[in-house]
Ligand binder design. Structure first.
Ligand code: SF4
Length: 259
């Protein structure tokens, strides 16, 4: 009986990823876009017009990952101008750093100087997070769950989701923040003890996504409270979330050679 169970365990191999810093995703994953250096005006105009999210802007040609659905249409139509790499390291401490230009050929810089000093001081070894689905569609929420599963095992860093804001050091927001969730979100944030952090996860949460112009959302929370980390994706990949949080805590340094 025991021997047969040991055989099953052996046949499954290691379920966990031994080193989260060395993960490489499949080439099919759409992460950091790579934009060509010189693009003619007509192509830029066509790209601006084809993007359903108004995520592509001109002068210079840029993609706002906070608005992008990662649908890949721009890449399909203009493969010589835009290619999505499998680099999942796309989180940023500043909202404007989610705007990718031809300059971001190798990596998206993470501005550690912009991170509030108490974050690494108090949360570097233990961070408890409260997740608030503010009108989300459960896609980002499922990926956040996956970050804690046996494969990714994010809790190995002392980072866990908790059931109450009273036990949390930070809030993780998903969804476009609907009218009905605006007040509960603020109440949840106020219920947390100081100091605390805000992490905004997914296109819907960062910009409102496809609901950006809807009267059914209320994004005042993000105007009156300063987010500490923006993690794009539609939905966010567990590795983007993990690497982003580790970068915020000063535990992950980005350089081109990690690609
Ligand atoms: S991948 Fe992003 S930038 Fe490209 S067309 Fe889709 S939404 Fe727009």
């Amino acid at each position: 009986m025991l021997i047969s169970k040991l055989k099953v365990i052996k046949s499954h191999g290691k379920q966990f990823i031994p080193n989260l810093h060395k993960v490489t995703l499949t080439q099919r994953f759409r992460g950091r876009p790579i934009i060509a250096d010189s693009v003619d005006t007509e192509t830029i105009e066509n790209l601006v017009n084809l993007c359903p999210m108004e995520a592509i802007s001109r002068e210079p040609l840029a993609i706002d990952l906070g608005k992008c659905l990662f649908c890949g249409e721009c890449q399909f139509q203009y493969p010589n101008t835009i290619q999505f790499s499998n680099d999942y390291r796309i989180a940023a401490s500043k909202r404007q750093d989610l705007i990718v230009t031809a300059q971001n050929k190798d990596v998206i810089e993470f501005d550690h100087q912009y991170v509030q000093k108490y974050i690494t001081k108090y949360f570097g070894r233990s961070l408890k997070l409260r997740q608030v689905c503010a009108g989300g569609d459960n896609s980002c929420e499922m990926e956040l769950n996956a970050s804690m599963n046996v494969n990714f095992d994010f809790s190995r860093y002392g980072i866990e989701f908790v059931a109450s804001p009273r036990h949390a050091d930070g809030i993780v927001i998903t969804g476009p923040i609907t009218n009905s969730m605006a007040a509960p979100l603020q109440m949840c944030y106020e219920a947390m003890a100081e100091p605390k952090i805000i992490i905004v996860v997914g296109t819907d949460a960062i910009s409102g996504g496809v609901f950006a112009n809807s009267k059914a959302i209320n994004r005042e929370f993000l105007n009156i409270n300063r987010p500490d980390l923006w993690i794009p994706g539609n939905p966010v990949h567990p590795m983007s979330f993990i690497e982003g949080v580790l970068a915020l805590l000063g535990k992950a340094k980005r350089d081109a050679k990690n690609e």
